[in-house]
Design a protein around this ligand. Structure first.
Ligand code: G3I
Length: 319
């Protein structure tokens, strides 16, 4: 097999990609795989373009970490997804606890998104402009942005991003929106409203942080509903975690789960590509966030391919 991106391209998808993070780039066994654009045609920075990394103090922008990822993708001929402009997490205290007025916070959001997206103008395939705006029940998350501006920060961020880079696709990215349900319905309603109001919105990111055996059965039905709204979409942060220790049975189910997600992307033409949230268990975010869980990625901690790798290939090839 020539590589996951090669297989995805042959199947008509724009890319198969991975997240990566700056500290991992010293690991040459890791970067040898990362740098192979037949394996990964797209890169997402896992942390270094977030608000705390790019504007730690008001108006004080630092792009060093993000630029390192940008440069490596450029060198490798890999396209980039920017992640992200507005998110309640990894937000510097000056934003989270700033006690701003409506006008002040809208101005801060516009300046952050405009400056960040403008810095990478012409270099990004897409941006996750809005990340995780909803609660799981479909109400808006009561974060600082919503508490101060209601939903006004969303069109403000999207318009600022469009103005800063007219060529980047502007996405809203979230989790637990992959299957049908209240949260997905709420996201669809937001997209309809934005389109009605003439706000730029091009795409939807489905994070797809799943548990083994827990891939929603309504993926395709749900994805088609977004296609019908006239937006493209992507799988943006795929991984499939399991309880540790890993067993052959869990690894086999995980292979099927990866394949199901690729199958769903293949079933709906508006799905442009798939990104895994790093490719090796060595650098997965999962064990840190879910003690007792892990082994979520297609390469193990020794950078050896797992059955999940074949599940991805089968998903793209077997039709
Ligand atoms: O930067 C500090 C470092 O100074 C300190 O020494 C170290 C000690 O723990 O922590 C470092 O910060 C960590 C940061 O990643 C950078 O490595 C945080 O503790 C850690 O919580 C943070 O985790 C990131 C997480 O987002 C934060 O919510 C993960 O790497 C990143 O993969 C993850 O990505 C998110 C997406 O952005 C959105 N969707 C969910 C996804 C998984 O949580």
């Amino acid at each position: 097999v020539p590589g996951l991106n090669a297989v995805a391209n042959a199947a008509g998808k724009l890319y198969f990609g991975t997240a990566t993070d700056n500290p991992e780039l010293n690991d040459t066994a890791y970067t040898t795989i990362l740098d192979n654009n037949r394996q990964f045609g797209q890169i997402t920075p896992a942390n270094s373009m977030k608000w705390d990394a790019t504007e730690p103090n008001p108006g004080n922008f630092t792009f060093e970490g993000g630029d390192v990822i940008r440069d490596l993708a450029r060198r490798n001929g890999q396209i980039l997804r920017g992640h992200n402009c507005v998110w309640y997490s990894q937000l510097p205290d000056w934003v989270a606890f700033g006690n701003f007025t409506f006008d002040e916070l809208i101005g801060i959001v516009e300046n952050h998104c405009g400056t960040l997206v403008g810095h990478y103008r012409g270099q990004m395939y897409a941006w996750d402009v809005i990340n995780e705006a909803f609660n799981d029940d479909g109400t808006f998350r009561q974060d600082v942005f919503f508490n101060v501006t209601g939903t006004a920060y969303i069109p403000a961020a999207l318009r600022a991003a469009r103005q800063a880079d007219p060529h980047a696709k502007l996405y809203i990215n979230d989790y637990n929106t992959e299957g049908t349900g209240n949260k997905s319905t709420a996201l669809q309603n937001l997209i309809k409203e934005l389109k009605r109001d003439g706000v730029p919105i091009d795409g939807v990111g489905f994070q797809c942080h799943f548990e083994v055996g827990g891939v929603p059965t309504t993926l395709v039905e749900n994805f088609r509903a977004y296609e019908a709204l006239g937006v493209e979409f992507a799988v943006t942060e795929l991984d499939v975690r399991m309880t540790l220790p890993e067993t052959d049975a869990l690894l086999e189910q995980q292979k099927k789960d990866y394949q199901s997600v690729i199958d769903a992307c293949m079933a709906v033409p508006a799905c442009v590509g798939v990104t895994i949230w790093d490719f090796t268990d060595k650098y997965s975010w999962v064990p840190g966030a879910f003690p007792g869980w892990g082994a979520a990625d297609p390469w193990d901690e020794n950078l050896v391919k797992k059955p999940a790798y074949d599940g991805i290939v089968i998903g793209f090839e077997d039709r």
